[in-house]
Ligand binder design. Structure first.
Ligand code: AP5
Length: 216
């Protein structure tokens, strides 16, 4: 199974990708997480990516495409994967198609999570993530049992530094301008499944599973 999770910032891609990956024992890559790790480790890629991410702009394709190519090769012969946050431009989608052709494999589906900007802004403002295991929480919608402590591994929770109001607004603009054209791109390839991302987390998860069971 090879999936893409598409949608604006705060649509719930990461939340659902983690659950779906666990259910099907497949792998998940969030290009955002890979970049944040590179920044934390002060690698060359991280240093280059930092200024773009802080402003809510897209990181240059050369960095992202290198990460994805290595990942796709590493996944050959395994159960499958979810690409969360990639591709984000038509150029990235075209390059992805080339990589997949080279590897002689095909995408299973592209799940597009639809949410209004107001919902995304509220979600991102209250998001907290675990520093150790990456589990996601929300101050209102998905509270940890103990304040600031991860339910899964007891790690400390933190707020992403691109989850400020100004940067969130820019990320949403960038999504509209550069990423939303991918909806039509994948519709034309007959791969797109639209999901109402404003429903309850569990309801959305069940809809994705029902769709995948039908498609498989
Ligand atoms: P990235 O890390 O990918 O961020 P994003 O796309 O902006 O998406 P988010 O992770 O913010 O949102 P999400 O949809 O995963 O929502 P989540 O599940 O967390 O990218 C960050 C940056 O990296 C980019 O700006 C760019 O600079 C760079 N980058 C990354 N990929 C790139 C690429 N391919 N090319 C170039 N640059 C790239 O949920 C959000 C919150 O809502 C959580 O608190 C969650 O608990 C809550 N929530 C989720 N679902 C629900 C629900 N149904 N109901 C109520 N609350 C919910």
């Amino acid at each position: 199974m090879r999936l893409i999770f598409l949608g604006p910032p705060g649509a719930g891609k990461g939340t659902q990708a983690k659950r779906v990956a666990l259910k099907y024992k497949i792998s998940q890559i969030s290009t955002g997480d890979v970049l944040r790790e590179a920044i934390a480790n002060e690698t060359k890629k991280g240093i280059e990516a930092r200024s773009f991410m802080e402003k809510g702009q897209l990181v240059p394709d050369e960095i992202i495409l290198g990460i994805i190519k290595d990942y796709l090769i590493s996944q050959e012969g395994k159960n499958g994967y979810i690409l969360d946050g990639f591709p984000r431009t038509i150029n990235q989608a075209i390059e992805l198609n080339h990589f997949l052709e080279e590897l002689e494999v095909k995408l299973t589906a592209v799940i597009n999570f639809k949410v209004e900007n107001g919902v995304a802004i509220k979600r991102l403002g209250g998001r907290r993530g675990c520093k150790s295991c990456g589990a996601l929480y929300h101050l209102e919608y998905l509270k940890p049992t103990k304040e600031n402590v991860c339910n899964v591994c007891q790690g400390e929770l933190y707020q992403r530094n691109d989850d400020t109001e100004e940067v969130i607004k820019n990320r949403l603009l960038v999504y509209e301008r550069l990423t939303s054209p991918l909806i039509v791109f994948y519709q034309r390839l007959n791969l797109l499944k639209e999901i109402d991302g404003e429903k309850d987390i569990e309801v959305i998860f069940n809809e994705i599973i029902a769709f995948l069971e039908e498609r498989l």
